[in-house]
Design a protein around this ligand. Sequence first.
Ligand code: FPP
Length: 254
Amino acid sequence: MFKKSRNKKQSQSNLDQQELDLHNIPKHVAIIMDGNGRWAKQRKLPRIKGHYQGMQTVKKITKEASNLGIEYLTLYAFSTENWTRPENEVKYIMSLPVNFLKTFLPELIEKNVKVETIGFIDDLPQSTVKAINKAKEETKHNTGLKLIFAMNYGGRAEIVDGVKSLYRRLEANELSIDDVDEDVLSSHFMTQPYPDPELLIRTSGEQRISNFLIWQLSYSEFIFNEKLWPDFDSEELLKCLKIYQNRQRRFGGL
Ligand code: FPP
């Protein structure tokens, strides 16, 4: 036991001493922001307070990602399965983009961040859709970090949707069945404009992908960070990037 915890401490201090290689920053980082509820529970607060605090972390991590030169940051904010949560919690999460953009849009614009989304956005409440569309419109010419919110997003639903739109093109004879390969199929996904993430981070110590980018994460590095999302910060992000830089990506080769 002692040896194990000493090793853990040692590798932590190795990481602290390691410099971040600014030439090896992943272009696309995807994050499953987990642990808001537990953060609130630990403090005997209602779960929505955890989500509020989670929104503050989104602001911090967006700024840090932009400073580091990450090109795409995809955040899993609401899944197609999250509708089964209590009504007041769903309602609150739906109000977060409105709050976030009201308080943070000027800073996003100043930092040249472009706001985008993946997911079935049109099925969200009107006020949420309106705030998101306004942010997209006002940042559409920005050329810096692409901040991509996955809202009402599910990997399986995305694939079904993509297959349907591919099928429509086949039916219309715009494509032949022999043209269909991985690139053609994935060009029908919501993530079509983005490269696959090199790195997936999930906070709160849970180790699963929960229907997030199930196609796109095929060759990504996974890092499961122990912090609850509201406690995740720039220091933890840097730690994750250093761990990523110590990994060897082989894509099935040697
Ligand atoms: C998972 O934690 C978190 C969510 C389902 C919501 C995530 C939303 C945010 C972090 C805020 C998003 C901000 C914007 C601007 C859209 P959980 O509730 O499952 O936590 P638990 O596993 O501890 O219960």
